[in-house]
Design a protein around this ligand. Structure first.
Ligand code: FAD
Length: 413
């Protein structure tokens, strides 16, 4: 039986571990936290997942919360100028497929327990780089799925594929209960309110450890009013501060969140993400290699909600590649090819996310989003591209294709 070590028990590592376990591999997961520590810890993400990624979880039998996790039926985007209160532009469109968010504290703690219950071996510790040769020596394949943790430094940054070398937004995220609807269809939507020089307030519904909740993610531009979390306030103080901001920069969200409270003691997360593409394979010396996966090697800012979707895709892709390899060695060239095949899709996700971060915004993006307020066909296509950003390649990513697409839409009315 082939032996695989997976370092890191996140979306990518656990989905791959459970898949390999089901396919008869001898899998060891190394996790720096127990299931209870994950469940009772701090929130880690907003983990909005779109149809194609959810389908991969369904196919793997890991969709354990379908009856409980609220489905978001559409997407609403508002551009708002608080100084000139009249200039509010808004579009809404329905998602063609299901969109859900299950708190990773819930999902990953249960998946970790499931892996152990099914006979999987879990070693609980934080792996240091110096341990990797010994681990790689004991296994046919070692996969590094440690997210943005320190081990990702093993994989050198790919300067040609990485546009940014520093964070482009500040982040503050709150899980809240007691959020009230406004009696609008958009109550059940994922919603973004953008204020040009300030940043975005992103809102969605989710299932957390204690039941249903709403999540507020504030993506702030550096130096602006949303950039105010350096003191890492406790969730109550953080949410109170967020409400003061919403009152000015997204008043309709303020109305919804005005009476809300943090769901629990771990309900707030602050930080900033450096987008990066790294080389997918790291050499340990003596002919040993380890294979990087998901956020350990390709990191996106959460502004487009893509990282967990990518992690699900990478797990499914690596599982397939490992099984297809049969009894042949998992050598350096195979690892490089496996990562490159994954990158072939991930590059579209990364390019879209980089485009959405760009400052000042690209002219053609501004023109297309501006037209989406007028043309429902654009709003619908933009909304559903999140599920698979490959679609944006043909009409959103560069000025020429954006111009052609816009001309077609205007011509056809
Ligand atoms: C605020 C925020 C909002 C987000 N919102 C979304 C969203 O809406 N949709 C979306 O798709 N993505 C979102 N993301 C991104 C998404 O959460 C990540 O891309 C995804 O979780 C990456 O999965 P992963 O398995 O690669 O890494 P992780 O989920 O980070 O898992 C890595 C695991 O490895 C463990 N680990 C780290 N180092 C070690 C070590 N040395 N030894 C042992 N274990 C170790 C960690 O504890 C962790 O459990 C968001 C991220 C943030 C920060």
């Amino acid at each position: 039986m082939r032996r695989v070590a997976i370092i890191g028990a996140g979306q990518a590592g656990l989905q791959l571990a459970l898949g390999l376990q089901g396919a008869g591999y001898d899998v060891t997961v190394v996790s720096e936290r127990t299931a209870d520590e994950v469940r009772n810890g701090r929130v880690m993400s907003t983990q909005l997942m779109f149809g194609p990624a959810l389908a991969l979880e369904w196919a793997a039998g890991l969709n354990l919360w379908d009856d409980l996790a609220p489905v978001m039926s559409g997407f609403e985007m508002t551009q708002w100028d608080p100084a000139a209160q009249a200039s509010r532009s808004r579009f809404a469109a329905s998602f063609d497929d299901e969109v859900r968010s299950v708190d990773q504290r819930l999902k990953l703690s249960v998946w970790l327990e499931l892996f152990e219950t099914r006979g999987g071996r879990v070693e609980y510790r934080a792996v240091g780089a110096e341990e990797l040769p010994e681990i790689a020596g004991r296994h046919d394949l070692t996969v590094i799925a440690t997210g943005r943790g320190a081990l990702s430094c093993l994989f050198g940054r790919d300067a040609q594929r990485s546009l940014y070398d520093s964070p482009q937004r500040t982040l503050a995220c709150f899980y809240a209960s007691g959020v009230e609807g406004l009696g609008a269809a958009s109550d059940a939507y994922a919603r973004v309110t953008g204020v040009s020089p300030v940043g975005d307030a992103i809102v969605m519904r989710a299932l957390t450890v204690g039941g249903r909740c709403d999540i507020l993610l504030i993506e702030g531009k550096f130096g602006g009013p949303y950039d105010c979390w350096a003191d890492r306030p406790v969730p109550e103080e953080g949410l109170r501060r967020a409400l003061d901001l919403l009152r000015v920069y997204a008043p309709w969200e303020y109305e919804r969140f005005a009476k809300s409270e943090p769901t629990d003691a771990g309900a707030a997360l602050y930080g900033a993400v450096t987008p990066a593409v790294r080389h997918g394979v790291a050499a340990l010396g003596d002919g040993q290699y380890v294979l990087g996966m998901a956020d350990a090697v390709v990191v996106n800012d959460p502004i487009t909600g893509q990282g967990a979707n990518n992690a699900a895709r990478s797990a499914a892709h690596y599982l397939d590649a490992i099984v297809r390899r049969g009894t042949l060695p998992f050598d350096g060239p195979w690892m490089r090819q496996t990562f490159e095949d994954y990158w072939e899709h991930a590059r579209h996700v990364h390019a879209f996310t980089d485009l959405m971060l760009r400052q000042p915004p690209a002219d053609h993006l501004g023109r297309l989003l501006g037209a989406a307020f007028e043309y429902p066909a654009i709003a619908h296509r933009f909304t559903n591209g999140y599920a698979d950003p490959l679609d944006y390649r043909d009409w959103l990513m560069d000025p020429a294709s954006a111009g052609r697409y816009l001309a077609e839409i205007v011509r056809d009315g």
